[in-house]
Write a protein that binds this ligand. Structure first.
Ligand SMILES: O=P(O)(O)O[C@H]1O[C@H](CO)[C@@H](O)[C@H]1O
Ligand SMILES: O=c1cc[nH]c(=O)[nH]1
Length: 236
């Protein structure tokens, strides 16, 4: 089986997939977390790997950046490769003072300025939310080690909108990132399960930021929570 964007055999992906934005983070996660990981696709440099985690098949594949890229890869994995469950493991810019660099967020809802919430049902703005069971399983895996709440999935990394950020912060939005809404919309359309778990890499209020190398490597707690949530229930 080959789709326009994934060159892998029909059985090359596990039903459970961890999905960072960054292909290099995908390779590091595969090396650090999976046993006997092998690369299964590299089209456009978007790397995918399959191995086992705690004895169960598991894959890691990058989504690239932004809702359009995430939508392509999540759709192809769900529709053509038998994937049942995807957890995005990404980085985010924190909005709330209660968050510090390195903190983990479990994303219970995704506000968005993208079309993901409005394009599928004319006249209706969809609520973009994770699979309730995956959310429960991730919170159980996280214990007190994560905050849970809504984020903004934005189409823009560089867009100065202080009034928008202020209003979202006042509404309790925890952070800004770019793919959770796209993933949740595709999972709903394909009737599959999805969740997003994030690590705070920047603080929008204080200006603190991890460098690129730290963003690529500081994912241990987030991936541990996500991998355990992926395994918590049988698939299919
Ligand atoms: O670190 P990842 O998972 O790519 O996530 C965040 O980082 C990218 C922007 O630098 C966007 O993809 C955003 O969502
Ligand atoms: O500020 C940030 C940090 C990570 N990802 C984003 O989209 N924004």
């Amino acid at each position: 089986m080959v789709t326009p964007h994934i060159a892998a055999g029909p059985a090359d992906f596990a039903p459970r997939v961890l999905m960072p934005g960054d292909p290099l983070r995908a390779r590091r996660i595969a090396q650090d977390f999976l046993t006997d990981a092998r690369q299964v696709t590299d089209v456009r440099g978007i790397l995918g790997f399959t191995g086992t985690y705690r004895g169960e098949p598991m894959s890691v594949m990058a989504s690239g950046m932004g809702a359009p890229s995430m939508s392509i890869y999540a759709t192809e994995l769900f529709r053509f490769y038998g994937v049942q469950r995807i957890i995005r493991v990404g980085t985010a810019g924190a909005l709330q003072e209660s968050l510090s660099l390195g903190d983990v967020i479990v994303v219970s809802a995704a506000h968005t300025d993208a079309t993901a919430a409005t394009v599928r049902v004319p006249g209706v703005t969809l609520s973009l939310a994770p699979s309730p069971r995956l959310l429960v399983d991730a919170l159980a895996a996280a214990g007190d080690d994560a905050q849970v709440g809504p984020v903004l999935s934005s189409d823009y990394f560089y867009l100065d909108r202080p009034e928008v950020i202020d209003r979202l912060t006042a509404l309790g939005t925890l952070a800004v990132e770019m793919e959770a809404a796209g993933l949740y919309a595709v999972a709903a359309a394909e009737q599959r399960e999805a969740l997003t778990v994030l690590t705070v890499s920047d603080h929008i209020r204080t200006g603190e930021a991890m460098d690129a190398a730290t963003r690529e490597t500081r994912y241990q707690r987030m991936v541990d929570i996500a991998a355990r949530a992926l395994l918590a229930r049988p698939v299919g």
